[in-house]
Design a protein around this ligand. Structure first.
Ligand code: NAD
Ligand code: MG
Length: 417
């Protein structure tokens, strides 16, 4: 058994809380060195009290003072700002970094963990969507490894041939074997396709003509999963699956045509790998993020996650259907952005974050999310990107462009009303 020293970025979010739930079940295996939070300072203080990290990071000086006051009796050092997030991602005493900040804010700390050669438990899919090429390069150069947390990608990882996790196992061992040679940029030998499952979200069967009137409250009410608000809206539009197609492309070196999305409303099969001989291997579990989190935390060992055992007889039936791109135009946009490459996925992700935030704030209607993405992609999708700085600039431009066109539409709608 290996003792793991952890940094948890985004500890106060859904993934962060689930991670700490698993950690608390195995105090002999996992030690928390650093935690980060953003708005929920009291929750972060509670986590500091329970897990006794050496460092806690918040966004600014005011919240640092608030947290410091709450944990004055603890030996925790309170830091603040983006540089501090990078610092706790690269601490020499930390071997494993859970990257569970939501959105583009998670990119720089994840890159810092990659350059420092950490074992990265990657929940923040936006890192791969925004900057897949640069992030994967940093992982290779830094000698880091990635264990996917997103349930589908974690499932795919588990269904891949055993050689697939070799780098990770070498890094995990107390007596590491020489690192295997880097994999060729294609699916492992013998694998034909990835079958990425999607629940279809809350609007899978809702009458198409009623989608215009969908409210944020309806969109965040996911039938199977309890998640943060942004990813819940992404599940309703299926943009989440689109982001996951791009994520799978980078994690498994799969071309767009080697990734097929299949709707599976029960969310029991979390994804599958199809082999050349016709075999399809699936990973099944309850839709509870503690399973992929526990898998990645303990990999290659297995530990209890606190998740109930799967009772298939009680579940009864598992069904599958093809996604309808009229209902889910965002999914099609994501495939197009992946095909186009370059700036397109970054633009898509940035415009989506802005559009989802506007929708959650009741500033734009549900159907305007996909429209905003298509228009922003049209404007900026082919912008040149030679470096990470270019990508960061494109990200900012795409946000500004998406905000401007949503403001114009909103003004038009008010005039029309
Ligand atoms: P969440 O909104 O519940 O939590 C987000 C965390 O990020 C919080 O700790 C928050 O304090 C922190 N944060 C927010 N903005 C920040 C900023 N600007 N700077 C620094 N920290 C900031 O989100 P979540 O559902 O836990 O998702 C986290 C990540 O995991 C996302 O990238 C999401 O796509 C991914 N993910 C989540 C699930 C899930 O089931 N929740 C599943 C798969 C992947
Ligand atoms: Mg997922």
């Amino acid at each position: 058994m290996t003792l793991r020293n952890l940094t948890i970025l985004g500890a106060t979010g859904t993934i962060g809380v689930n991670t700490l739930d698993v950690v608390a079940r195995h105090p002999e295996r996992f030690r928390v060195v650093a935690l980060s939070g953003f708005n929920q300072i009291e929750r972060l203080a509670g986590q500091c009290r329970q897990f006794r990290p050496r460092y806690a990071v918040v966004p600014d000086a005011a919240r640092a003072r608030a947290l410091a006051a709450l944990v004055a009796d603890l030996p925790v050092e309170v830091l603040h700002g983006e540089a501090a997030l990078e610092e706790i991602s690269a601490l020499p005493e930390v071997d494993t970094v859970m990257a569970a900040i939501v959105g583009a804010a998670g990119l720089r700390p994840a890159l810092a963990a990659a350059r420092a050669g950490k074992r990265i438990l990657l929940a923040n899919k936006e890192t791969l969507v925004m900057a897949g090429r640069f992030f994967m390069e940093a992982v290779r150069e830094g000698g880091a490894t990635i264990l996917p947390i997103d349930s589908e990608h974690n499932a795919i990882f588990q269904c891949m041939p055993a050689e697939f996790g070799a780098e990770c196992r070498a890094q995990s061992s107390e007596h590491p074997a020489p690192r295997p040679a880097p994999r060729a940029p294609r699916l492992p030998a013998g694998v034909r396709r990835i079958l990425l499952t999607a629940s279809g979200g809350p609007f899978r069967t809702r009458a198409l003509e009623t989608l215009a009137a969908v409210t944020p409250e309806e969109a965040v009410a996911h039938p199977n999963w309890v998640m943060g608000r942004k990813i819940s809206v992404d599940s309703a539009t299926m943009m989440n699956k689109g982001l996951e197609v791009i994520e799978a492309h980078w994690l498994f070196s799969a071309r767009p045509e080697e990734i097929e999305v299949v709707i599976h409303p029960q969310s029991i099969v979390h994804s599958m790998v199809e082999y050349r001989d016709g075999s399809v291997i699936a990973q099944l579990s309850h839709p509870d993020m503690r399973t992929p989190i526990a898998h990645a935390l303990a990999y290659p060992e297995r530990v209890e996650a606190g998740v109930p055992w799967l009772d298939l007889a009680r579940i009864g039936s598992l069904s599958f259907e093809a996604p309808d791109t009229r209902r889910f135009p965002c999914l099609k946009l994501a495939y197009e952005a992946l095909q186009a490459g370059g700036a397109a996925p970054t633009v898509l992700n940035a415009a989506n974050e802005e559009a989802v935030a506007a929708f959650l704030a009741h500033a734009i209607p549900y159907l305007a999310i996909a429209e905003a993405l298509a228009e922003t992609l049209g404007q900026l999708g082919t912008a040149p990107v030679g470096s990470l700085d270019d990508l960061v600039a494109v990200d900012a431009e795409a946000r500004a462009a998406a905000r401007a066109l949503m403001a114009r539409h909103a003004a038009g709608a008010r005039r029309g009303a």
